[in-house]
Design a binder for this molecule. Sequence first.
Ligand code: AMP
Length: 215
Amino acid sequence: MRSILKKMRIILLGPPGVGKGTLADSLSKKLNATKISTGDIFRDAAQQGTELGKKAKEFMGKGLLVPDEIVIGIVKERLKKEDCKKGFILDGFPRTMAQAEALDKAAKIDIVLNLKSRDNIIVERVSSRRVCTKCQAGYNIISLKSKKEGICDKCHGKLIQREDDKPETVKKRLETYKKETKPLIKYYEEKKLLRNLNAEQLIEKVFQEAIKASS
Ligand code: AMP
C-alpha cells in the first residue's frame, strides 16, 4: 500500500463540470502535490490578453479543444518546473489520445482517477458553478457557496459564471469530451492505472474515495 506522503503523479479524467478542479485543489493540499490545470492556464492567458490567450479563447468560447501542439508544449514545459518534483495533479490534461501519448514520454503517472457522472447532473452542476475572476477559485451556488454572495472567500475577488459554462457551450463541451477524451478511459484501463470514482456524491465523499484510491 502506498503512503499518502509518497510523491504522487495523478491525472484527473472526466467530463467538463464533473468537479475535477475542486478535487484537484483538495488533493493537491492533502498530498502536497502541484495542481496543473490547463483550463486555468488558458483562462489566465486570455485575461492577460497574451497571444496564447487570444488563440485559446477562440476554441474555448466554442466548446472546442485548443489544438494539441499548443497544449502539449505548455504542459511539457510546466512539468519541468521545480514544484512538480514533489508530485502533481493534472486537471484537464490529457484530453486527446495525442496528448496522452505525449505525456507518456514526458512523465511517469501513478494513477488516473476517472470521475463519473450522468450528463443531466453535469449540466445542472455547471449552470450553478461560479469562479473567482482574480484567483480562479471554484464555487457552486448550491453545493459550495461562498460566505458572501458573489465574493471569493480567499481573495475577495468577484465571482462570475464562466463564459463557457453557459448551457449551449456546455452541450458542445460534452460532445467534445465524448469524441476526444472518453477513449482515454480504455487507454488507461489497459495500462492498469484507472480508478473509477462516483462523482455524483457529495464533494467530501468523492475526496475520500480519491484519497483511498491514491493510497
Ligand atoms: P476546463 O477548465 O478544463 O474545462 O477547460 C476549459 C477549456 O480550455 C476547454 O473547454 C478547452 O477549450 C481548453 N482546454 C483545457 N485543457 C485542454 C486540453 N488538455 N486540451 C485542449 N483544450 C483544453
